[in-house]
Ligand binder design. Structure first.
Ligand code: GDG
Length: 472
């Protein structure tokens, strides 16, 4: 029977240690939900790193057996591989360049070597289960070489690739010493997907200028194959967020928030710790507001959740310290006996708390410097069952191409973020509702299930086209 193989750096699973034993729990991230309908079916499978370094071979066998029951298959990484492939090349080379922060990028040969080797390790696991007629869908920037490596061994197999982060313009991409190898790796796929039209365009331009490939419209002709490159903006599980608003735990959390913030307007901010998310700029804008317009003192609260991430990488550590300092400064400067301007949390929260905040917050402030899509903005919209609330969204987030009824800002323009906050605080209800209704329609129509179906159907079509070309 033909099967579908999903490959991503991380498996959709959480591993927790309890009394010296690992307990595995399926994780509920957006991608896991969307692909759940695929990988749990029949003999389909999801291949990836389980998220922990496990060196003991007995332990590895045990975990492999447990994962196989969940249609998952592990790729175990050593500590050195995690350092050089994941934290190194993926997060210190590709991530900054692809997010237009090339000054943070490190071009280390050892990082590249590890990236190549680990992509090969993933290839070997894929090849151990892949059969002619199967469909393989590779996810994201940690595995850019994988499509090409699989293609070299299985010339006719159907391979899709989706990149969740931006693809940068040519002047950025060309900085990477291994740029041609990266493109060749990606072109092993039959169908390549990006969140936005610009990412797609930049990828095609890079291929055009760096490889001897011919591109016509959105098709690349390379090594006697035609590779289709298209835009697939990722959606969320909108129903889940709408329904969570009725969950008893969520309702009780909302009540608690109501009791705590009786008169203030709440501005919500949720991100992973990352310099691409514009967290400091957001704090600057909030400070400017309190400084220039003291009438807002005591009237607004910035509720800021920063989820710990990559904090062993130097720039992330530095960013964390800068945020701590800035929050401390704003609170010390503007607080009153009964009011704190910034409620800051450096940790993650359960879904029920997140949903309560999405439901309660008057404004959601999302101002990344660059973001492939940004799911938080969509989750806020999907949670607003009453059609009220205001979204302030950076024009640098992929989501801004769809959520055009948000207040759109340039995240480098601190003054305009401040003005947007004032506009949001004072926006009449009918204006809020008109905008929110329009955005909710988009989020519900182009949801995660739509995204998965669109990509998989298109991959099927492209594969048929490929087969016909080979037959000629
Ligand atoms: C990459 C791209 C693209 C956040 N805090 C908590 C929590 N979250 C969840 C949110 C949301 C997810 O994390 C964050 O997704 P984003 O899309 O905002 O950002 P990245 O993690 O950078 O994702 C991005 C995405 O891939 C998909 O293609 O949109 O551009 O960078 O779902 O809800 N979840 C829980 N507790 C928290 O405290 N449970």
């Amino acid at each position: 029977m033909r099967k579908t193989i999903i490959v991503s750096n991380r498996l959709p699973v959480k591993m927790m240690e309890q009394d010296g034993e690992y307990v595995l729990q399926a994780s509920e991230g957006g991608l896991a939900t969307g692909l759940g309908s695929i990988y749990r079916e029949g003999n389909n499978i999801w291949i990836g790193w389980p998220g922990q370094e496990i060196s003991d071979s007995k332990e590895q066998e045990k975990i492999t057996a447990q994962l196989r029951q969940m249609n998952l298959m592990p790729v175990f990484l050593t500590e050195e591989e995690i350092n050089n492939f994941y934290e190194g090349f993926s997060n210190e080379t590709l991530w900054p360049v692809f997010h237009y922060m090339s000054v943070y990028a490190r071009y280390e040969q050892v990082y590249w070597d590890a990236y190549y080797q680990v992509n090969k390790k993933f290839r070997d696991i894929v090849l151990s289960v892949a059969e002619q007629g199967d469909t393989i869908w590779v996810q994201d920037y940690q595995l850019l070489l994988l499509p090409g490596m699989i293609r070299a061994e299985m010339p006719e197999i159907s391979i899709g690739f989706f990149q969740h982060i931006p693809f940068p313009s040519f002047e950025l991409f060309r900085l990477i010493p291994w740029r041609a190898e990266i493109l060749e790796g990606m072109l092993g796929a039959d169908l390549m997907g990006f969140h936005t039209f610009d990412d797609t365009r930049y990828f095609l331009e890079a291929v055009n200028r760096l490889l001897s490939a011919k591109t016509t419209a959105n098709v690349v002709n390379y090594n006697d194959r035609a590779i289709v490159v298209e835009t697939f903006p990722m959606g969320i599980d909108d129903k889940k967020y709408g329904e969570l608003g009725q969950d008893p735990q969520v309702l009780s959390n909302i009540q608690q928030l109501k009791d705590t913030f009786k008169t203030e307007k709440m501005i919500l901010s949720i991100d992973r710790l990352d310099y691409s998310k514009g967290i400091l700029q957001r704090l600057h804008a909030f400070e400017l507001l309190l400084q220039m317009y003291p009438e807002y003192v005591g009237k607004v609260v910035l509720y800021m959740i920063v989820v710990p991430s990559r904090d062993s990488v130097p720039q992330y550590k530095q960013l964390r310290e800068d945020i701590d300092r800035k929050v401390g400064h704003i609170n010390a400067k503007f607080r009153t006996l009964s009011w704190h301007p910034v409620q800051y949390f450096y940790r993650s929260f359960p879904m029920e708390m997140l949903s309560a905040l999405y439901n309660f917050a008057d404004i959601c402030l999302v101002t990344p410097m660059r973001d492939g899509m940004n799911l938080v903005s969509k989750e806020y919209v999907a949670s607003r069952n009453n059609n009220d609330g205001v979204l302030i969204l950076s024009e640098m987030a992929g989501a801004s191409k769809e959520l055009i009824d948000a207040i759109i800002v340039n995240p480098n323009n601190i003054g305009s973020i401040m003005t947007a906050i004032m506009e949001a605080v004072n926006m009449p209800l009918d204006d809020q509702q008109r905008r929110m209704k329009a955005m909710r329609q988009v989020v519900s129509k182009f949801n995660i299930h739509h995204w998965v179906k669109l990509f998989m159907d298109r991959l099927q079509e492209v594969n048929t086209m490929q087969q016909n070309m080979l037959a000629r």
